[in-house]
Design a protein around this ligand. Structure first.
Ligand code: PLP
Length: 389
């Protein structure tokens, strides 16, 4: 029988023990015993399936990996301690000194910091281009280009990249297309279905959905995931079994949460557009979004994160933050509780001001992640805060 993704999110990938437990068991153990010396040798030499040590593999983590792989239409997945570990592993496994990588200039600040502060230290050449202009990616190709990396929709401006076009350009040049799927999660977008080679995600966000634990996951073909798994094991980037167990519960409600949050986010975006204090609203779900045709093709809904710019720069933006009563003032997103943050001074604070401006992040920009509170309460909260500017 084949099942819908909503069913797989709840039942996919379970590792069942002999005790017939209904919920996925938590294997909170750092190592596994061998029956005898020969058994240990067989397990370590992979002559036999099984578990040896939780940095390498663990049944609870495997259940999480298998479930997310099913949702992303991937042959396999490898889980990591954080979303940043997933990004690091996806990039470092395949890049060598002297290689060239083309990267979207619209990225989460820490990802940008990893690329400029670390990746480039190892002799990897980087070109930054616009996520929405495939011709820039084509033009940036060099004989040593090995990878394209981008977020779609981008954090925080919701720019949407044409995955199929970029995949074609990458593959024509023997490069891998790696996509950060954080803003949609596996419920709203499956990048591999549009030609990506690897889909990377911070499970800390919508997969957990309740702001409890950190985690990351990379999905793709067996061959690529096996190579990343070796890197994750060697560098100790593995997801803890406890976090995997928490994330397995989170993923069960992922479809219902992202559907409702996307509906509320659209209502909020439409309301914000009418407000006098607002300069611009950036939301992939709006019909007038510049890449609406791609959103319709690639995403099941607009998503749960939107950004809007208030007139009056940082002062005005901070007044909104300081006056909201319901929104949590925190940088996480994808939570059942709505959150608000000021990218200029928080998530993107270490990016130089001119680079922020070049990627469209202005001082008056606020990012909100829409949770499951009643949408009218969220709008009332924003209304009273905007009135304080
Ligand atoms: C788009 C994006 N990618 C990756 C990450 C990193 O995830 P983590 O915080 O789980 O390391 C974040 C975190 O906010 C993010 O927004």
């Amino acid at each position: 029988m084949s099942f819908h993704p909503q069913t797989l999110a709840i039942r996919g990938g379970k590792e069942q023990t002999e005790y017939n437990e209904h919920h996925q068991a938590l294997f909170l153990t750092s190592s596994f015993m061998f029956n005898n010396a020969q058994d240990g040798a067989d397990l370590f030499n992979k002559n036999k399936d099984g578990f040896t040590y939780s940095r390498t593999a663990n049944p609870t983590v495997s259940a999480f990996q298998n479930r997310v792989a099913q949702l992303e239409h991937a042959e396999a997945a490898i889980a990591t301690a954080t979303g940043m570990a997933a990004i690091q592993a996806a990039l470092m496994t395949f890049l060598n000194a002297g290689d060239h990588v083309i990267i979207s200039r619209c990225l989460f600040g820490t990802t940008m910091g990893f690329i400029t502060g670390h990746l480039m230290r190892f002799g990897i050449e980087v070109s930054f281009v616009s996520p929405t202009k495939p011709e820039e990616w084509q033009k940036a190709i060099r004989p040593n280009t090995k990878m394209f990396f981008l977020e779609t929709p981008s954090n925080p401006l919701n720019e949407v990249a044409d995955l199929e076009r970029l995949a074609n350009i990458a593959h024509d040049n023997n490069a891998l297309l790696v996509v950060d799927n954080c803003f949609c999660s596996s419920a709203l977008q499956q990048p591999l279905q549009h030609g990506a080679d690897l889909s990377v995600q911070s499970a800390t966000k919508a997969i957990d959905g309740h702001g409890r634990v950190l985690g990351g996951v990379v999905c793709g073909k067996n061959e690529l995931i096996n190579a990343i798994a070796m890197y994750v094991n060697a560098c100790g980037l593995s997801l803890s079994p406890f976090n995997a167990w928490v994330l397995l519960s989170g993923v069960e409600t992922l479809f219902a949460r992202t559907k409702q949050a996307s509906e509320s986010a659209l209502k909020i975006a439409q309301w914000l557009k009418q407000q006098a204090q607002i300069q611009a609203v950036h939301y992939a779900g709006l019909p007038e979004h510049p890449q609406a045709h791609l959103v319709a093709k690639q995403q099941a809904a607009g998503g749960f994160v939107l950004a809007f710019e208030v007139k009056g720069g940082t002062n005005a933006a901070w007044k909104v933050i300081d006056n909201v009563q319901l929104f949590s003032k925190t940088a996480n997103f994808g939570d059942v509780r709505s959150t608000i943050t000021h990218p200029w001074t928080t998530t993107h604070c270490r990016i130089p001001p001119e680079d922020k401006q070049q990627s469209g992040i202005q001082e008056g920009l606020l990012r909100i992640s829409v949770g499951l509170e009643h949408v009218d309460d969220l709008i009332s909260d924003l209304k009273q805060a905007l009135e304080k500017i």
